[in-house]
Design a protein around this ligand. Structure first.
Ligand code: CP
Ligand code: NVA
Length: 306
């Protein structure tokens, strides 16, 4: 795996390898065992067109814990596609650092970075996908259900957005079932349909009724109804998603063992209630913590040859 732009581009085997490394590193950290400094002398450039808490901290802390270094480059200083083209930025950074991660609006920008880069490029969220989140989510599901997730069902309630798309593809790679409950017009994008045609057919299903979606779910997932960059559609979107809240009555329709996930940031009492978010079936905090461990697995594999 040279770059990590989407889950679709990785094989199930590559994803499992990254997750194995992540689990191993998490085990070492928990036992207080020092890591091998597999990224010593290595630097990651991190370009952000959008805000971030989890992604920024997990990458920067992850580089530090593996002996490397990270440089945060805000949009105002880099001007990805404004001050310089993504390709020129990648050509220059390739001669100075060992990896590039970017959080962007248009997905084509990470594709253009990767096309001109001699070092690995990681998609840290684009309007189309959020593969790093999906990696951490797989880890959280493995914590709950064991390493073999074959046949498990993930129900995503809400927008068929970047997070949903990466999860749908992940489910295909790991032999899971994926069901999205969303209002008409908010389904997974055609880009995912292309991915699905590359060998992941029967895994993604779209329904209108959230109750139908959760009935056989092992995990219930939700995300904001208004993603970064969609702020001007907020009123329309909140109206469209009314009825798609993850709350106690929805949870009551799910199997007793079903857990609740959210990539965060969460809009409490909008897409998810406090009661569910803070309740016994919520795994959202360990899920966020797994971003660190998953990122370390990815960085060790891509930049450290582990
Ligand atoms: N889940 C996630 O990517 O969070 P941030 O936007 O805070 O990085
Ligand atoms: N769908 C959200 C995810 C945030 C981590 C967004 O793109 O804003």
């Amino acid at each position: 795996m040279r770059h990590f732009l989407s889950i679709a581009q990785a094989t199930g085997e590559q994803l499992r390898h990254v997750l194995d490394v992540a689990l191993e590193l998490r085990g070492q950290r928990r036992r207080g065992v020092a890591h091998r400094p597999v990224l010593a002398g290595r630097t990651l450039a991190m370009i952000f067109e959008k805000p971030s808490l989890r992604t920024r901290v997990s990458f920067e802390q992850g580089m530090f814990e593996l002996g490397g270094h990270a440089i945060r480059l805000g949009h105002e200083e880099v001007g990805l596609g404004v001050r310089e083209s993504p390709a020129d930025i990648a050509r220059v950074l390739s001669g100075m650092v060992h990896g590039i991660m970017a959080r962007v609006y248009e997905h084509r920008k990470v594709v253009e970075l990767a096309g001109a880069s001699d070092v690995p490029v990681i998609n840290a969220l684009s309007d189309e996908s959020h593969p790093c989140q999906a990696l951490a989510d797989a880890m959280t599901l493995m914590d709950e259900f064991g390493r073999d997730l074959t046949g498990r069902t993930l129900a995503f309630i809400g927008d068929g957005n970047n997070v949903a798309r990466s999860l749908a593809t992940l489910c295909g790679k790991l032999g899971m079932r994926f069901v999205l409950a969303c209002p008409q017009g908010y389904e997974l994008s055609p880009m995912l349909a292309d991915d699905l045609q590359q060998g992941l057919p029967a895994t993604a299903r779209v329904v209108r009724d959230p109750i139908e979606a959760v009935r056989e779910a092992d995990a219930i997932y939700t995300d904001t109804w208004v993603s970064m960059g969609q702020e001007e559609q907020a009123v329309k979107r909140r109206a469209a998603f009314k009825g798609y809240q993850v709350n106690a009555s929805l949870l009551a329709a799910a199997p007793a063992w079903a857990v609740v996930l959210h990539c965060m940031p969460a809009h409490r009492n909008v897409e998810i209630t406090d009661e569910v978010m803070d309740g016994p079936r919520s795994r959202v905090v360990p899920q966020a913590h797994n971003r660190l461990h998953a990122q370390k697995g990815l960085l060790a594999a891509l930049l450290g040859g582990v």
